[in-house]
Design a protein around this ligand. Structure first.
Ligand code: SAH
Ligand code: CA
Length: 213
């Protein structure tokens, strides 16, 4: 989804960090071989995730929705030396693809892949996470959020992706469109939830930053 003119988008990208070669290659191979390549985090948002992670410098990161591993590698760039990134995806067909790139990225030993439904896996993770990236099934965002809140501490940051849902959040609601309905109440809930402080950034398809109080 493009909220800005492509002229401005290009200008923004050209005046931000370059896309690392390994991520260019990962993106290329995703577009060639994997279904729904539009789900992948791209150059600009990837550099934003990398920058946020470097500023937070987390010991433990949790990602919900690995897909081909693009955002995981971006987030891993900010990991503490002894830190770990746990990433969850329900699609087991992507595991080998992800692992090849995780190993090439140099963060291989620090990235732990979990295969299965995030809602079943998160409660069993015996960790507290300083940074969480929520990017799987949109209709489950409220449940992911409650599950990850149990695994955060004061100061943890929770990122929620695609919260503007191609702009559908401000269009007349189609009754059958469950994802938009859930995202509308999710966005409002994050704003009102007294446990977090929230800003919604108009980055790509909408990226919310929530800081746990
Ligand atoms: N974060 C990735 C894109 C994720 S796309 C990137 O930026 O490159 C969303 C992913 O969520 C898909 O790979 C899908 O298989 C996964 N997913 C969907 N429902 C899930 C669930 N219940 N538990 C875990 N992963 C799920
Ligand atoms: Ca996304």
């Amino acid at each position: 989804m493009h909220f800005l003119s492509s002229l401005l988008e290009n200008y923004i990208q050209n005046n931000s960090e370059n896309e690392p070669d390994i991520l260019k290659e990962l993106s290329r191979e995703t577009h060639l071989k994997v279904v729904q390549p539009r789900m992948i985090t791209g150059h600009f948002q990837g550099r934003v995730l990398s920058m946020l992670s470097k500023i937070i410098h987390p010991k433990n990161i949790l990602e919900i929705g690995t897909y081909t591993g693009y955002s995981a590698i971006c987030l891993a760039e900010g990991l503490h030396n002894e830190g770990q990134l746990h990433t969850i995806d329900i699609n087991e067909e992507l595991t080998d693809f992800q692992r090849r790139y995780f190993d090439q990225s140099g963060f291989g030993p620090q990235i732990i892949q979990h295969t299965g439904n995030a809602l079943e896996i998160i409660p069993n993770l015996d960790k507290k996470f300083d940074l969480v990236f929520i990017d799987a099934e949109k209709r489950e965002y409220p449940k992911y959020f409650e599950a990850v809140m149990e695994k955060t501490v004061s100061g943890s940051v929770i990122l929620s992706d695609n919260v503007l849902w191609s702009g559908k959040v401000v269009e007349p609601l189609n009754e059958k469109d469950q994802a938009t309905r859930v995202l509308l109440s999710y966005n409002q809930k994050l704003k009102e939830d007294p446990r977090v402080e929230t800003v919604l950034l108009p980055i790509r398809d909408g990226l919310t930053l929530s800081r746990v109080l």
